[in-house]
Design a protein around this ligand. Structure first.
Ligand SMILES: *Cc1c(COP(=O)(O)O)cnc(C)c1O
Length: 391
C-alpha cells in the first residue's frame, strides 16, 4: 500500500488533521507516531546519523506534531514549545534591544506580562493599542518597529483585528505580523492566508483539546524566519517533551469535529444568553449584534465556544462562577469539558487594573469555555447559576 504523502494533503482540513505529518513508524509499521522517549540517538559512525542527534534539537514525535500543525495552518514550518508562553518568548527573541513591537492592548495577560516585565527590562519597547482600529496600529508604528503582534478574537473581550488590513500595513513597511490564533484555531481562521507572517498557539487549549498537557507552537511560511526560529528553539531550549507532543497530536486528529461541536454549542448558548434578563451583555463574534460581526464572518468560518458575559458586579460574577456544576471554575479553555472563569482575577490578573478598566475588562465579566457536552445540560447549568447570581 502506498501511503498518502503530505503533498496530497493540501485540501481538506479534516483529512489533514488526521494524517498530515504522520507516517507509519519505519521500524515496526505502528500506525500511530510513537512517543520517542529518548534524549539522544546512536550514531553509526563519527558524524553519521539519521538526522537526529540530541532531543533538544529534534525528536520524531515533536517533528510529527510540528508538521501536522504547520499543515493545518497552511504553513511550511512548525516549531513546538513547552508552553504557549515559551512560543511567544521565542518569537520575541527574534528582536534585539532597541527594537519596538506594537501589540494589541487586549492580548493574553501572560503575553502582556512577558512583554512588559521581561522583554521590557531587556530593552525591547512595546506600544499597546486597540487593534480593532487599523489606524491606531498604523499610528503606533515607528522607524524602530519590527513587529505587530495581535490576537483575534481577543481573550476575553472578543475583539476582532482586520487581518487583511493590518497585513497590508506591515507588508508596506517591511515589518512582521504575528497572530496568536489560539482562540479561533486553524479550523476557523488561517492568518497566513490573510498575509500574516507568524502564527502562535497555546496548544494547551483547543489544539490539544483535552486539558491534559501544556504546550505551544509557532508556524511560519518564510524560510528565513524559520531558520531563525529553529536556531532559537535549540539555543533557548524551551522544547516540549515527547509525551506532550504525542498528546497534542492525538488532540489535533479530532480538531475539526470538536470545533464543529464547540461552535454549535457556542452559538446556541450565546443566542440564549443574549435574551436572558440576568445578563447585561454578551461578547461572542458569532452574534449579529457583535459590533464586528461582519468582519468576523469575512475572516473566520466559525466562532468556537468562547463567550464572555457582563453581569455588572463582582458579587454577581462571584455568585455565578461558584454556582455552576457542569462548568468547572478553572483557568484555561478549549477542552472538551466546559469551564467558567473570572478574567479580572484569573487570566488577566497580571494586567494592571487601570488598563483592564479602560478596556471594559470589568470585575463583572465572566468567561465561558463551552465544551462539547449536551447543550441542553449546559444551558440548564447556566440557568440555575444565573438564578443564584440574582438580578
Ligand atoms: C493560554 C494562552 C496563552 C499562553 O499559553 P500557555 O500554554 O498557557 O503558556 C497565550 N495566548 C492565548 C490566547 C492563550 O489563551
Amino acid at each position: 500500500m502506498t501511503r498518502i504523502s503530505d503533498d496530497d494533503l493540501k485540501d481538506a482540513f479534516a483529512t489533514r488533521a488526521v494524517h498530515a505529518g504522520q507516517q507509519p513508524d519505519p521500524s515496526t509499521g505502528a500506525i500511530m507516531t510513537p512517543v520517542y522517549q529518548t534524549s539522544t540517538y546512536v550514531q553509526q559512525g563519527l558524524g553519521e546519523h539519521k538526522g537526529f542527534e540530541y532531543a533538544r534539537t529534534r525528536n520524531p514525535t515533536r517533528d510529527a506534531l510540528e508538521k501536522n500543525v504547520a499543515a493545518l495552518e497552511g504553513g511550511r514550518h512548525g516549531f513546538a514549545f513547552a508552553s504557549g508562553t515559551a512560543a511567544t518568548d521565542t518569537v520575541l527573541k527574534l528582536f534585539s534591544a532597541g527594537d519596538h513591537v506594537v501589540a494589541g492592548e487586549n492580548v493574553y495577560g501572560g503575553t502582556h506580562r512577558l512583554m512588559t516585565q521581561v522583554f521590557g527590562r531587556l530593552g525591547l519597547t512595546f506600544t499597546f493599542v486597540d487593534s480593532r482600529e487599523t489606524d491606531r496600529v498604523a499610528a503606533a508604528i515607528t522607524p524602530k518597529t519590527k513587529m505587530v503582534f495581535v490576537e483575534t478574537p481577543t481573550n476575553p473581550l472578543m475583539r476582532i483585528t482586520d487581518l487583511t488590513a493590518v497585513a497590508q500595513l506591515t507588508k508596506a513597511r517591511g515589518i512582521l505580523l504575528a497572530v496568536d490564533n489560539t482562540f479561533a484555531t486553524p479550523c476557523f481562521q488561517r492568518p497566513l492566508e490573510f498575509g500574516s507572517d507568524i502564527i502562535l498557539h497555546s496548544t494547551t487549549k483547543y489544539l490539544n483539546g483535552h486539558s491534559d498537557m501544556v504546550g505551544g507552537i509557532v508556524v511560519v511560511n518564510r524560510d528565513d524566519i524559520a531558520e531563525r526560529l529553529q536556531f532559537l528553539q535549540n539555543a533557548s531550549g524551551a522544547v516540549p517533551g515527547p509525551l506532550d507532543c504525542w498528546l497534542a497530536l492525538r488532540g489535533t486528529k479530532t480538531l475539526a469535529i470538536r470545533m464543529r461541536q464547540h461552535d454549535a454549542n457556542g452559538r446556541r448558548i450565546a443566542e440564549w444568553l443574549e435574551k436572558h434578563s440576568a445578563v447585561r451583555r454578551v461578547y461572542f463574534p458569532g452574534l449579529p449584534s457583535h459590533p464586528q460581526h461582519d468582519l468576523a464572518c469575512r475572516q473566520m468560518s466559525g466562532f468556537g465556544g468562547m463567550i464572555s458575559i457582563e453581569l455588572g458586579s463582582l458579587e454577581r460574577a462571584r455568585a455565578m462562577v461558584e454556582a455552576t456544576r457542569l462548568f468547572a471554575l478553572a483557568e484555561s479553555l478549549g477542552g472538551v469539558e466546559s469551564l467558567i472563569g473570572h478574567p479580572a482575577s484569573m487570566t488577566h490578573a497580571s494586567v494592571p487594573k487601570e488598563m483592564r478598566d479602560a478596556m471594559g475588562l470589568t470585575d463583572g465579566l465572566v468567561r465561558l469555555s463551552v465544551g462539547i457536552e449536551d447543550v441542553g445540560d449546559l444551558m440548564a447549568d447556566l440557568e440555575q447559576a444565573l438564578a443564584r447570581a440574582g438580578k
